[in-house]
Design a binder for this molecule. Structure first.
Ligand code: GLN
Length: 259
């Protein structure tokens, strides 16, 4: 009887030690989990935007899943869109993830991962606007003012195609929403921006509409420092697994319900 009690006590002590050791290692390991820093511009719903104090959206959730698969914690750093590529180049951030379109010029500055989504540059106008399709912007003598978000592809394309040709004036804003406010108050005649944020902006601004003609279709990818093939390969491998197992699709569907 006495031996039995001793045995039970012994087992309890051993069990407690095992639990303590396991806890020590799991918690200790978590605390040491390395961090991947994502640079983004959180004015771009539904890809990245603030919900209260927190940055949420498609890119944030995909990045969390990718980081997790790679054994990292994710840290999201919000900055101007134009600062994202420099942050990646200087190593302030490990990757840029911001509904960023793959372009030849950007690919000279950073390496792009595989693409995970497509975007379309669309044109937002006021109801009753004389601009009814993208061709209207190219009519000589009209010289419309086009609102864009600084340094985005909407800015780059309208600058090259229209402003540099003397056909229109481009007005650049810190965020797409600022450009939309300028459209509301009549400071610009239209806004060229990615389709999903466009939908989110007009939902909160009655009297605006998205034209049916699409300006340009493009691919989104994450930007990684040139030459960091280790990170690029690991990111691509994790992203591909998450595309293949349906995680990426589920995240996109959650934020962009089928019409
Ligand atoms: N897709 C556009 C670009 O890459 C806009 C991205 C953004 O504003 N976050 O330029």
């Amino acid at each position: 009887m006495k031996n039995k009690k001793l045995l039970v006590a012994l087992i309890a002590v051993v069990a407690a030690i095992v639990v303590a050791v396991v806890l020590y290692f799991t918690l200790g390991k978590n605390a040491e989990k390395p961090t991947l820093i994502m640079a983004t511009n959180a004015t771009f719903p539904p890809y990245e935007y603030y919900e209260g104090e927190e940055i949420v959206g498609i890119d944030v959730e995909i990045a969390k899943a990718v980081a997790n698969k790679m054994g990292y914690e994710l840290q999201v750093d919000d900055m101007e869109f134009e600062s994202i590529i420099p942050a990646v180049q200087t190593g302030k951030a490990d990757f840029g993830f911001a509904g960023m379109t793959v372009t030849e010029d950007r690919a000279l500055l950073v390496d792009f991962t595989n693409t995970y989504a497509t975007g379309v540059q669309v044109i937002i106008v006021k109801e009753g606007s004389p601009i009814t399709c993208s061709d209207d912007l190219f009519v000589e003598g009209k010289n419309y003012t086009i609102g864009v978000q600084l340094s985005t592809t909407g800015d780059l394309y309208s600058t090259w195609d229209l402003e540099d040709e003397g056909l229109a004036t481009v007005s650049r804003f810190a965020s797409g929403m600022d450009a939309v406010m300028a459209l509301n108050s009549g400071k610009v005649d239209c806004v060229i921006i990615d389709n999903e944020p466009a939908k989110a902006y007009i939902a909160s601004n009655p009297g605006l509409k998205i034209l049916e003609t699409e300006y340009v279709t493009e691919d989104y990818a994450a930007a990684i420092k040139k030459g960091n093939t280790e990170l690029l390969d690991a990111f691509n491998a994790a992203l591909q697994e998450l595309i293949d197992d349906g995680t990426v699709g589920k995240i996109i569907d959650k934020y962009i319900p089928a019409e």
